[in-house]
Design a protein around this ligand. Sequence first.
Ligand code: NAD
Length: 295
Amino acid sequence: VTTRVIDGKKISADIRAEIAADIQRLKSATGIIPGLAVVLVGEDPASRIYVRNKNRAARELGINSEQFSLPATASEAEIIGLVDKLNRNGEVHGILVQSPLPDHIDESRINMAILPEKDVDGTHPLNLGRILTGGEGLRPCTPLGIQELLKRSGVRIEGSHVVVVGRSNLVGKPIAAMLAQKAADADATVTLCHSRTRDLASHTRSADILIAAIGKPALIGADMVKEGAVVIDVGINRVPDPASPKGYRVVGDVSYDEVAPKCAAITPVPGGVGPMTVTMLFYNTVRAARMAAGR
Ligand code: NAD
């Protein structure tokens, strides 16, 4: 088999171009400019960089993106107060509260305070529930990005056996539920594996599409993958690398060099799922703005 590398950067750039055009159309038809509010609590350096990058990228697409910062000492009530204000602001269509939040904050309470129709992260319990009921709703960004990668790479999902490894609320459980739905770009037979799964390899080896969302470098080896499978590697792991100026490099959950030759298609890390996540945040923001405009 010749392995196809699924280029998340390229697919992400294509989608961003479509989003930018969509924003222009919405603006000329209705005067509405999609608005995104990104809330940062505390001074975590990595979060600050993420938030700044999201803001900049959103603006490049024509989204009206604004950052709201609260000190690390902010109480739950103060954060919810800000969220409430943003909920009531008609120019804000999407609200993202950057995680992680300081230890004294119950993240799920903050999540619940965001109006489901402004929950562009797709992690509000109502939106997660809608994945199970098959209802319209905002989908979580990384699972949506995975589905989009499969779809745009021409991978047949319908009737396929999808094996998901990892059962987080953020990735594993929602992507499993989304691909099991009776819907377009879904209709798969899904197996959900996790840390307590007995004989993991016996499951992964039967996957037509294998999705690894574990957070363990190179956990998925060549002997765990069927010849001709499609492999989506969600993992982002830092491993020490003295040869790199930073002292580390980023690898996925899949042992890429040994697994890739067996695959029909595979996502690299970096440059696979990673670039899709933020792009789908913007996609959701435009969708939220369109829904608010009744379109
Ligand atoms: P998590 O830590 O919440 O969950 C990990 C899951 O892996 C758990 O459900 C656990 O049961 C399972 N697991 C752990 N060890 C296992 C083992 N030995 N065998 C089988 N299953 C095992 O993780 P998460 O938030 O879903 O993230 C998973 C990975 O994906 C992380 O590396 C994270 O950084 C990355 N991630 C990437 C993106 C992206 O945009 N590409 C987005 C979110 C998460």
